[in-house]
Design a protein. Sequence first.
Length: 249
Amino acid sequence: MTKYCSKCGEKLNDDTVSYCPTCGSQINEDIKVEKNNTTIIMGLIGIIIILIAAIGLVTDGFGLLGEPTSTLIVSQSPVSNSGNFTVKLVSGNQGVIGKEMQINFKNGAASYDFHATTDNAGSASIIPNIEAGEYDVEVKFTGDDKYSKSSTTGKVNIESKVTEINSQVSSTRTEPDYESYSYTNSFEDTDKNKDGYVYLSDMNIAHTPKNIVNKMFADSDMDGDGRLNRAEYYKFMYKLNYDKSSYGL
């Protein structure tokens, strides 16, 4: 078996020599380097380098390396189940284009998965055509060979189209001109101390159950300060005289 000097690497033609013929170093049997061992060691080092490079490519492909990203939920709750739910993928201050986003809505009853691709601004939208209700939502980007993976979570209330329409109708409904109706006592008559406010104790309403009166008063006291200004007073009087059916009377 061919051996070499461990000091200078010179080939030793005679396995029995005690000193290297080139550098004069003493040949110690314990530190002689065998050619076959050198080949094996170098081969192992090469394999390790290849494995490290391969692992780097694999982990990069699974989004463990690469440029960092952030996943954002753009849409604000509530969201219509016939409208758009929008998320965004960014890297630094720039939107990331053409990446698939995974969007999951989940509550105690069901789980729904959606997929969407980011546009030129890094935004992606889906129509959450699912049952109305409150959901935990998770948005994920799994990463690729350039960008790292990222995810975010939140809560969103999904409304049906019918609920949305009813809400819009309610918000646009015009209230009556309460002061234009006929009442036994005017605001000025009831405001005895002329401080611009009327209290429940200022009014004699024995003909209506106390719990109903308290409910009407609370519904009329828009700022919740326990007293009625002029507008609130006439709203209360309207309820008391013309809207009792809404209170079960």
